[in-house]
Design a protein around this ligand. Structure first.
Ligand code: ADP
Length: 266
């Protein structure tokens, strides 16, 4: 399993440098198609061994001799955590690689953001409750919006997950949805560790993490906010952040109401 992990780390590094070098290329359609194909293949090649490793670890945990050995169990738990982190990293890298290649299909539809917000909150509740963090939703009764449902859900998940991750035990996280005349907004407010003024302009950069020693222990790879910014961007929207160290942060997403109801490419 360890050897497999090392090979995978090397694989991801090669994959990443390939993607970065491709980014410098012009929009030649053949290269563009090859790029899309490569992303698809790489996705499969990287995900399959990771899921095989995960199920192997599960099986090893229940093997005679290992099951009763606390040290072996600890090693396996660590491995599982790293494999899960790697799976999340691969999936984030693929989102960004697809975004760079410009070949992302966007399916626009009208949907009720309230329902999706409730679903995202529900999926994060066990993790939040484990740290006595409460999640609140303030929204109007009707919150129909136009956009890419899955991607907007992902954006919401990234902001709420961060708010929980960077909150102390017992904190409150509030999601507010609002609809104005020209745009709708969603804002995620926490009472967490906050972000230093010097870090604010850089937190949307890829792989940027403000306080490495502190944030590393909390997991993550510094890609969530770059993906969030990209999702707001494909809706012609933006994200702003206000934050004060030790007091908390508020991330607000602004999306114009006049989206085109079509499947578009960007
Ligand atoms: P990750 O959370 O995986 O490190 P992100 O791209 O989501 O990556 O965030 C980048 C950095 O911005 C984080 O490492 C953290 O330093 C900071 N950050 C993001 N959200 C918050 C928040 N709600 N409170 C405090 N810091 C945050």
């Amino acid at each position: 399993v360890l050897a497999g992990l090392m090979v995978l780390f090397a694989g991801v590094a090669v994959f990443l440098s390939y993607m970065m070098s491709k980014k410098a290329m012009g929009p030649i359609s053949n290269a563009f198609n090859r790029q899309k194909e490569f992303v698809g293949d790489a996705s499969h090649e990287l995900r399959t061994p990771l899921s095989v490793m995960l199920s192997s670890i599960d099986a090893m945990e229940m093997t005679d001799g290992v099951e009763e050995d606390p040290f072996a169990q600890k090693l396996l738990r660590n491995m599982k955590l790293e494999v899960k982190r790697m799976t999340a990293l691969v999936s984030d890298l693929l989102v960004l690689a697809r975004a760079d290649s410009g070949g992302v299909e966007r399916s626009y539809e009208r949907f009720d953001l309230n329902i999706e917000a409730e679903n995202v909150i529900e999926s994060l509740t066990p993790h939040a409750e484990a740290n006595q963090i409460s999640l609140h939703l303030h929204a109007p009764d009707e919150m129909n919006v136009m956009g890419d449902r899955e991607r907007l859900k992902q954006l919401l998940y990234i902001l709420l997950d961060n708010a929980v991750k960077y909150s102390p035990d017992g904190g409150h996280v509030t999601l507010t949805l609002e609809k104005g005349e020209k745009e709708w907004t969603m804002s995620v407010k926490d009472e967490g560790i906050g972000i230093h003024r010097d870090d604010l302009p850089r937190i949307f950069d890829r792989f940027y993490r403000s306080d490495k020693s502190r944030t590393r222990a909390l997991g993550g790879h510094g890609l969530g906010l770059s993906i969030a910014k990209w999702i707001a961007g494909i809706h012609n929207g933006s994200i702003r952040v206000e934050s004060e160290p030790e007091k908390g942060s508020t991330f607000t997403v602004y999306i114009p109401l006049n989206q085109t109801a079509s499947t578009a490419k960007k």
